[in-house]
Design a protein around this ligand. Sequence first.
Ligand SMILES: [Mn+2]
Length: 356
Amino acid sequence: MRKRVEALRAAVQENGVDGVIVTKQQNWQYLSGFTGSNAILLVTEKSNILITDFRYIEQAAHETEGFKIVKQTGLAVDTLAEQVKELGLKKVGFEDDSVTYHEYDLYKKKIPDAELYPLHQVIEKIRRIKDSGEISLLQKAAEITDQAFGYIVDKIKPGVKESQISLELEYFMRQNGAEKPAFDTIVASGYRGALPHGIASNKEIEQGDLIVIDFGAVFQGYHADMTRTVVVGKPDRQQEEIYNLVLRAQMKALEVLKPGIKCSDVDFAARNIISNEGYGANFGHGLGHSVGLEIHESPSLSPRDDTVLEPGMVITVEPGVYLNGWGGVRIEDLVLVTPVGCKILSTSTKKLIQLQ
Ligand SMILES: [Mn+2]
């Protein structure tokens, strides 16, 4: 944690601020370790302050190291203003996409002696590169996710509702150490597979359905994300063709994914394969996104993101093809960028599983 705070200090040096207000939950957790639901951090050149209310004083003292815990009296912003004044800060940075207009107005009123300076995604950029502790947590989250997939495949049969499958997946993950699902579990069977974000519904599984299952576990704050598509019974020719096409695109992306390559080029490697078979318009989303304390982090594997990949980034690779009225196929792995290439954290088989 100490290193993370130092990285923040170094990152804001060029902005000439003498303090940084941190208000985004995942960012304060990342910097301090505090997991409660209410806090403001004030990081200055020499001190780290965590402001929280009565409910969390003891927890904050227990979870953090190197932070002075200050109890909020009245509004959090009042306590923040007192600290800024006490420290004589002249220019304080704040997170421009976490502070609301109303809060900004309050800051201006209550902190009249310091200049307020907007910082954009500064901590998120530091969070792009996962340290070894974070990588183990992501690995553990991916492992629980794999185990859950292995558990659920036997339970999928005609007549079972999508919502029942998502419930059992989530129950299994929690029993095996997950805090919660990483997002609303997607179980999209048959025609519903054409909805890339088809959250499990009351539709029953039918013979011949392709089923897109996209889910993940959260382990100690860190998210996993994996998608597998399975088929009930024997796949017909089109199902097999599209499954193999998506798999080929996914494997191609994994082959080129390494440090030094642009995100957009990884996206292109997969997209090109799908476009060449005439399904380009049916792959309407980006190839992947980074994952960590949040399910969607930057950078993204998308045609619009030219970020160069670096070791320590953890990102999904998830091409898909969706046909209205027919269904869809998506295959997704969670991947760690290593110094020489990438390591796939999702280990569930990518051979098309035929149920029964
Ligand atoms: Mn994903």
